[in-house]
Write a protein that binds this ligand. Structure first.
Ligand code: SF4
Length: 87
């Protein structure tokens, strides 16, 4: 997923790059290198995301433990009654 950020930099004219992803709470660093195969991978992710965005219905919830810590939790787990103010 970190390759997406490198993809954006490349699309904005920055080449021959790598990135250091820092996880301060974990006190870890991860070095990401761009690989030519990454272009196809990232463009595949973008195509898949656009497909989901243009679906007439939301995909089913995946209901994974990670969801509880996800920034999108309230969007994914909202119900019809939440969205119209009726609880
Ligand atoms: S809450 Fe986050 S991890 Fe779970 S389905 Fe939604 S976006 Fe994915």
């Amino acid at each position: 997923m970190n390759q997406y950020y490198l993809y954006i930099l490349i699309k904005n004219g920055i080449s021959e790059l790598s990135a250091i992803i820092e996880y301060p709470k974990l006190r870890q660093q991860q070095i990401e290198e761009w690989d030519l195969d990454d272009l196809q991978t990232v463009e595949g992710w973008i195509a898949l995301a656009k497909k989901v965005i243009h679906q007439s219905n939301c995909p089913d919830l995946i209901k994974k433990p990670i969801c509880k810590k996800c920034s999108y939790y309230n969007f994914c787990y909202a119900t019809e009654s939440d969205s119209n103010g009726i609880n």
